[in-house]
Write a protein of this length. Structure first.
Lengths: 223, 217
């Protein structure tokens, strides 16, 4: 059972944290892009035009029906084969996470705006507010308050999904962990236990506070 | 599209799909059992067990399945616990799914108002009867859609099993891509296989959800 020292030997811990930063960087870039694109997807879904609506619905459902890992394979192997463009693992990961994240954000945005009762719009207009004022002072503040906890929740899901990218050869925290285990195979045969336990805790320490925050905001929204 | 390639390797995909579904179903059933247990512990506020369940739920919900599987498959043998790939898949899925199922069960149980419980009790119903005639019928309309969503989520998560060398659909696809470079065909068959598994379930569940919602109102 011994071997926990392996985590603190040399610069092993630093290397793991470096790997974790790769994971987080990919997640953060993807979350940012998803938010920007997802807001447009959500806006398109609220448009009255049934064709635009249907296209968005189909996009969301197609993304949702497949496991994220399948999408990652399609993008990483498929696009290269189809177009000859050689994507590196990190780019493929960001593309996959963004396509998926944007569809989820879009659906959340749609839900947040649809949840605002019609009388809010009507009361605002009957008070003589202009369209811009109506949205700036009445609709957006309510929609955003509803949206933030769900977006935080989605972010934890995206961070967890980023763990998949080790399977297409991105050197993130899981891959670094494997390297450390392999490098210490003889001196510390039990390294795998501690390294994977450490990575488990790293993910937990990142996602748990976010989950708590999301839950707290959701409760606040309910009052 | 090379049809002879597709024909030749379809049996491999079928075999892998059967394995994916088998392990998925066993894992999901265990997850439902574990989830129900955890939900009841939380619902009846059983001391000590309640804290353990709370810690378990947070650990399970805030870590990715692939890390859980790596710990089970590569880590635990170092502590003397050797698990096969299949066992890891089932345990991992149950560990992950249990917490999601627990939350779905609990949200249903909690949706039944206190007034209902008190009324039932004052009518002279016993604890078991309250559960059976009052709580479960009402909780189901809240829980079932959430449970169904979890089932689909867990089925999709099974795609990670290849990482612990389980010969599932992803594993076969990656193998074929590596061996023959027939990327297009291998990926098309992969997508088709997952569609065959997930699409019917997803359609059935959305019909079920619609009916449940009508029953709930």
């Amino acid at each position: 059972m011994q071997g926990i020292e392996v985590l603190f030997m040399g610069n092993n811990m630093l290397r793991l944290l470096d790997g974790l930063w790769v994971t987080l960087r990919l997640s953060l870039i993807s979350i940012g892009l998803s938010l920007v694109i997802g807001i447009f997807v959500g806006a398109f879904m609220l448009v009255k035009n049934p064709v635009v609506k249907a296209i968005c619905r189909v996009y969301i459902e197609i993304v949702r029906i497949m496991p994220q890992l399948v999408w990652l394979f399609i993008i990483f192997f498929g696009i290269t084969k189809l177009t000859g463009i050689n994507l590196n693992g990190e780019t493929a990961a960001v593309i996959m996470l963004t396509i998926w994240g944007a569809s989820e954000v879009g659906d959340l945005v749609r839900a947040a705006f649809s949840a605002i009762p019609k009388h809010q719009f009507e009361s605002g207009l009957s008070l003589g507010l202009k369209k811009v004022q109506l949205y700036a002072y009445i609709i957006f503040p309510q929609a955003i308050r509803g949206l933030v906890p769900d977006i935080i929740n989605l972010s934890t899901r995206m961070i967890k999904t980023t763990a998949l990218v080790s399977l297409i050869g991105v050197t993130e925290v899981l891959k670094v962990g494997k390297q450390i285990i392999d490098a210490n195979r003889f001196e510390y045969p039990n390294a795998a236990l501690w390294v994977y336990a450490a990575i488990f805790m790293m993910y937990f320490l990142i996602c748990f506070p976010l989950s708590l925050l999301s839950r707290k905001l959701t409760k606040k929204r309910g009052e | 599209m090379d049809w002879s390639f597709i024909q030749k390797f379809t049996p491999m995909y079928v075999e892998a799909a059967v394995l994916t579904v088998t392990i998925g179903v066993i894992g999901i059933l265990l997850a439902i059992a574990l989830g129900l247990l955890c939900a009841l512990v939380k619902y009846y506020k059983i001391p000590v067990a309640r804290q353990i369940v709370a810690v378990y739920i947070e650990l399970s919900r805030n870590t990715p399945l692939i890390v859980q599987l790596f710990f089970l498959y590569f880590g635990l043998p170092k502590a003397g616990i050797l698990l096969s790939s299949e066992a890891c898949g089932v345990i991992g899925l149950a560990f992950l799914g249990g917490s999601y199922m627990a939350e779905s069960f609990l949200s249903g149980l909690k949706s039944v108002g206190k007034i209902q419980l008190e009324s039932a009790e004052s009518l002279g119903l016993r604890r078991g009867q309250v559960m059976r005639y009052i709580v479960i019928p009402q909780a189901a309309s809240v829980s079932v859609p959430a449970l169904a969503a979890n089932v689909i989520f867990l089925l999709k998560e099974t795609s990670v099993f290849s990482a612990v060398s389980l010969a599932d659909l992803m594993y076969v696809a990656k193998d074929l891509i590596g061996m023959y470079y027939n990327t297009g065909e291998a990926l098309t068959m992969l997508v088709a296989a997952y569609l065959v598994i997930i699409l019917p379930i997803s359609i059935v569940f959305s019909l079920l959800e619609r009916r449940m919602r009508r029953a709930g109102n």
